[in-house]
Design a protein around this ligand. Structure first.
Ligand code: PEP
Ligand code: MG
Length: 584
């Protein structure tokens, strides 16, 4: 079959690419159906254990190479995979499945498939995204068993697959991967995280992709080409000359926009008429700090500390935590505040070793600060670690609690904070002099209570991701409700306006750290509504700066007024878009 076909998927990482397709895993991702090459006389269990050990060694080497390139976050993915390769549950299951005379590779494939299915069935987006990692590890062990060599792209190409395992992505030499287009995957898939850190586009969930590509592929013909726009989630398989030219034009425009935005980094973030907006970054681990500093984040508005508690068997100790917080505080120094959010555990972030009771509605359950009523130790340890980190880095730490819903929650937060300091001082241990203490406003009751809460805390940070799901009663993890999850809905904006008014009356600053803050249209509306500070992923900061630099305060005031009166999110987005559209 020939001819151009246009397909749509879910935008994963922004950018434009045009180039030949590198089709990975044509039979089944990473698991070609050939028979095992077994060393004569070797028993299946010995073969499996030797291949697992060799795979772990290869993954350690891969992690080392990537770490040497300064890409610590990706290196950690392979550290974790190396542990998976040696995981006795996986290896023993494969050995058992192989029995006396079974095919070792089939047994490994089945064991990895079962482990991945188990992870994928969990109601946890992060853990289910790890299912791809287990499959990847299984595929690697199979390749080692079969003595197979991975055929990487020979020219710079766009990878097309059902799913692209991270270790395959990482082995492609720099410059040879132009983009990633997947039929499966999710926005949190590692392939997408890697694409973002490499600055290449990624699109996931493209239905019809594999059929369209394979139908146009033949062993005797040159590889089929493709054009993709990672921001719009648009893919053109086998583009004609005109389409390819249009995508190249988009590529050139994007390069110009990025260069412009990067130029703005050297100046403080402000509107065209000089009103300053504090632009800070969201981070998940200390390793994210350099990326945020590289794009001139003026601090950290949200350090999601629960990531320190994930992918491990026990909670991090007080000292481990203190070291992690201190690293970030020192990286940003005394002039750039770092807001450490107390662990937001529960909801979609389950931590297996804490053995929390299963709940029917985890997002409405014993999540975040609520855990501390029955079990204060987790937060006390974390607060002690933060007091210690502040003393060690010689800065005043900023802390905020997630999911605050009542005045009692604030009282609990303050009392734990003070108890934590007293216990350190009582034991003669160093603690910071004070702690700037705020709360996330992400539950409707907190928005209604804004005036009362504002009198009790030092700052507010609005979590628009949760606030939107709670105001519109639409589970943020349910893809079928995606249309309800637009934080630009006037109902959410009216709540934000109320929160800003409550904060203004008490004279405390208001930040927004939900995804809306990193969306250029959202940033304009938020600043129009009176928000003082925007906190977003490092990759979004340039776009927000560029958007703010194009508008004036009176324009933003008018935009916010109209947005509050609009009937739906699309209308609000169009209004903000009109301000951002190039003149002429
Ligand atoms: C939010 O809810 O907007 C937020 C920033 O927190 P999280 O996404 O971690 O729940
Ligand atoms: Mg939240």
């Amino acid at each position: 079959m020939t001819g151009t076909v246009k397909l749509m998927g879910v935008a994963g990482a922004p950018g434009i690419a045009v180039g030949p397709i590198w089709r990975f895993g044509a039979t089944e991702p990473g698991l070609p159906a050939t028979t095992s090459r077994q060393v004569p006389g070797q028993r299946p269990d010995d073969a499996i254990r030797a291949a697992a050990a060799e795979t772990a060694r290869q993954l350690d080497a891969l992690a080392g190479r990537i770490r040497d390139l300064g890409r610590e976050q990706e290196a950690a993915i392979f550290d974790a995979q190396s542990l998976m390769a040696l995981d006795p549950t996986l290896v023993d299951d494969a050995v058992q499945r192989a029995g006396e005379a079974g095919d070792p590779a089939d047994a490994v494939r089945a064991a990895a498939g079962a482990a991945a299915e188990l992870l994928a069935s969990l109601d946890d987006e992060i853990l289910s995204a790890r299912a791809a990692d287990v499959r990847d590890v299984g595929a690697r062990i199979c390749r080692v068993l079969r003595g197979e060599v991975l055929h990487l792209p020979a020219v710079p190409s766009i990878a097309v697959s059902d799913d692209l395992p991270p270790s395959v992505t990482a082995e492609i030499p720099p410059g040879f991967l132009l983009g990633i287009a997947l039929a499966g995957g999710s926005k949190t898939a590692h392939a997408v995280i890697l694409a973002r850190s490499l600055g290449i586009p990624a699109i996931v969930g493209i239905s019809g992709l594999i059929a369209a590509v394979d139908a146009r592929t033949s062993p005797s013909a040159p590889p089929v080409a493709m054009a993709m726009d990672g921001e719009r989630g648009e893919v053109i398989v086998d583009p004609g000359t005109l389409e390819a030219a249009e995508f190249r034009q988009r590529e050139a425009d994007l390069a110009l926009r990025r260069a412009d935005a990067a130029g703005l980094r050297e100046r403080p973030t402000a509107t065209a008429d000089g009103e300053r907006v504090l632009l800070v970054a969201n981070i998940g681990t200390p390793d994210d700090a350099p990326r945020a500093l590289a794009v001139r984040a003026e601090g950290v508005g949200l350090f999601r500390t629960e990531f320190l508690f994930m992918s491990r068997q026990t909670a991090p100790t007080e000292t481990e935590q203190a070291e992690a917080y201190c690293r970030v505080l020192e990286a940003f120094g005394p002039e750039r505040p770092v807001v450490i959010r107390l662990a937001d555990i529960g909801g979609d972030k389950a931590i297996p070793y804490l053995q929390l009771a299963p709940e029917q509605n985890p997002f409405l359950g014993v999540r975040a600060i609520r855990l501390a009523y029955a079990n204060p130790d987790l937060l006390l340890t974390q607060l002690r670690a933060i007091w210690r980190a502040g003393a060690a880095a010689n800065v005043v730490p900023h802390v905020m609690a997630p999911m605050v819903a009542t005045i009692a929650d604030v009282e609990l937060l303050m009392s734990l904070r003070d108890q934590a300091r007293e216990s350190l001082v009582g034991n003669g241990l160093p603690a910071a002099e004070r702690m700037v203490t705020g709360i996330m406003v992400e539950v409707p009751s907190a928005a209604f209570l804004a005036p009362e809460l504002a009198r009790r805390v030092d700052f507010f940070s609005i979590g628009t991701n949760d606030l939107t799901q709670y105001i519109l009663a639409a589970d943020r993890g349910n893809a079928a409700l995606a249309a309800f999850q637009d934080a630009l809905h006037p109902a959410v904006l009216r709540a934000i306006a109320g929160v800003v008014a409550g904060a203004d009356a008490a004279g405390i600053p208001v930040a927004v750290c939900g995804e809306l803050a990193g969306d250029p249209a959202g940033a304009l509306i938020l600043v129009g509504l009176g928000v003082d500070e925007l906190s977003a992923d490092a990759g979004s900061l340039d776009g927000v700066r560029a958007a703010l630099a194009r508008v004036t305060r009176p324009q933003l005031d008018a935009l916010a007024r109209s947005a509050l009166d609009a009937s739906d999110a699309e209308t609000v987005r169009e209004m903000a878009g009109a301000l951002l559209a190039p003149a002429g």
